[in-house]
Design a protein around this ligand. Structure first.
Ligand SMILES: C[S@@+](CC[C@H](N)C(=O)[O-])C[C@H]1O[C@@H](n2cnc3c(N)ncnc32)[C@H](O)[C@@H]1O
Ligand code: SF4
Length: 389
């Protein structure tokens, strides 16, 4: 392999081909440091009108004052101006506020080549007038649907949440550009794993893309919602059927779920799909039973998205599981030292490349190194699985 190899090329050799060695690991993290993310995600607000059963975030108070005192708009402008061509800008939630139009319009003005989208529950419609008055239009809106009406309401812990999502999708065309897209994400849990197919059948016609992802069980309070092997198998069989109705994009971020997938489809089929997999900048793309599966290994996590938190600090993947209060104090509610999640404050002097390089430097010795070990172990376990008879 030449030094031109990407972090994911090294990852593939280390984890799938089991061609391990300290030098490959060093090379992987070295390459990662040169691969700037093309997605810029801003957490505009830390509080939420809902507290869904599966949510990565905890119940938190509003971060609006902190965004203002830390000049979130300045931070957004600083980063977006320095990103490569055609950046993808994501309003990550947790909920839309009219004040966010200030930085959304700034992104449009500064980077006409940016693709600007928002993930939402449909609650953005509460501010339809303000969005209309601003003339701002999204390139895409992703409205989450986690099941049929009853199942969605159970996961979202709110009886009105389903109609809110449907209204959000039904009205989305008024808030996106002519070329805009309306997509939806289904987060797979113990609550909804048996409703994949039924959900697919009731998806509104306006949707251009349907994505399914498994829950990231990053907080102890939600870890019980991950599906077990049998539930995964049932969900997979429904995903395969649903894929005949409309293409499903199945995104996996959790390495334990890769083992569940291998068990569901059989070791031979999984490993053969891995042999044929396409490596992309932050993951591997494989096709199994006709379904497009995208796996994003945690070890290379930082190069997917640059996460700017509501207090204008650049933070590492999965920091969202901690409240802003915990992150700012550096100590979790369980007494853990969590300073490594925070790379630094972003202001008008900040350099995107320097912040990102600092992020990767920190990641390689902490979360990244640990994640790589568990990915290697998980693939070794897959190789040891019994063949299916
Ligand atoms: C964090 S939410 C923010 C936007 C908005 N509040 C919503 O729910 O659509 C973005 C997406 O992440 C999903 N999500 C939340 N917690 C998750 C978790 N623990 N693992 C995987 N996805 C999660 C949500 O279902 C939603 O589709
Ligand atoms: S998943 Fe979205 S709507 Fe539900 S609590 Fe989390 S941020 Fe709020």
């Amino acid at each position: 392999m030449t030094t031109e190899s990407s972090a994911m090329d090294y990852w593939f050799s280390i984890v799938h081909l089991q061609d391990s060695g300290e030098q490959f690991i060093e090379n992987m993290f070295d390459s990662l440091g040169d691969e700037y993310p093309s997605i810029f995600s801003v957490v505009g607000e830390r509080t939420c009108a809902l507290q869904c059963a599966h949510c990565i975030f905890q119940a938190e108070k509003s971060s609006q004052a902190l965004s203002l005192s830390n000049s979130l708009t300045v931070a957004v402008k600083t980063i977006i101006s320095q990103m490569g061509a055609n950046p993808i800008f994501v309003h990550e939630g947790r909920m839309f506020r009219p004040a966010h139009l200030e930085w959304l319009t700034a992104v449009r003005d500064l980077r006409p080549d940016a693709v600007v989208g928002m993930i939402d529950t449909g609650a953005y419609l509460d501010y339809a007038t303000e969005i209309k008055q601003s003339d701002f239009k999204f390139d895409w809106l992703d409205i989450s649907i986690d099941g049929t009406e009853e199942v969605h309401a159970q996961q979202r812990k709110n009886a009105r949440s389903f109609s809110l999502a449907m209204e959000g999708i039904g009205n989305a065309s008024r808030f996106i550009r002519e070329t805009g897209r309306i997509t939806s994400l289904f987060t797979l849990t113990k609550i909804n794993y048996a409703s994949v197919l039924a959900t697919c059948k009731i998806l509104p016609k306006e949707l251009t893309e349907w994505h399914i992802t498994t829950i990231s069980p990053v907080r102890p309070e939600i870890s019980g919602l991950s599906v077990n092997d049998d539930e995964f198998k049932e969900a997979w069989s429904q995903i395969v059927s649903a894929n005949h109705i409309r293409p499903v994009f199945f995104r996996i971020y959790v390495v334990e779920d890769i083992l569940k997938l291998a068990k569901a489809v059989g070791k031979e089929k999984f490993l053969s799909a891995m042999d044929d997999a396409q490596v992309f900048s932050c993951g591997v793309s494989l096709t199994i039973d006709g379904v497009s599966v995208l796996y994003y290994p945690k070890s290379v996590g930082p190069n997917e998205v640059f996460v700017l938190d509501a207090d204008a600090h650049y933070r590492m993947p999965y920091s969202l599981a901690y409240s802003l209060e915990e992150l700012r104090s550096g100590v979790s509610r369980f007494g853990q030292d969590i300073r490594e999640y925070t790379i630094g404050k972003v202001d008008d002097q900040s350099q995107f490349g320097v912040l990102y390089a600092n992020g990767v430097d920190c990641w390689r010795t902490t979360f990244g190194a640990k994640a790589l070990k568990s990915e290697v172990a998980m693939f070794q376990e897959i190789h040891k699985l019994q063949e299916r008879r």
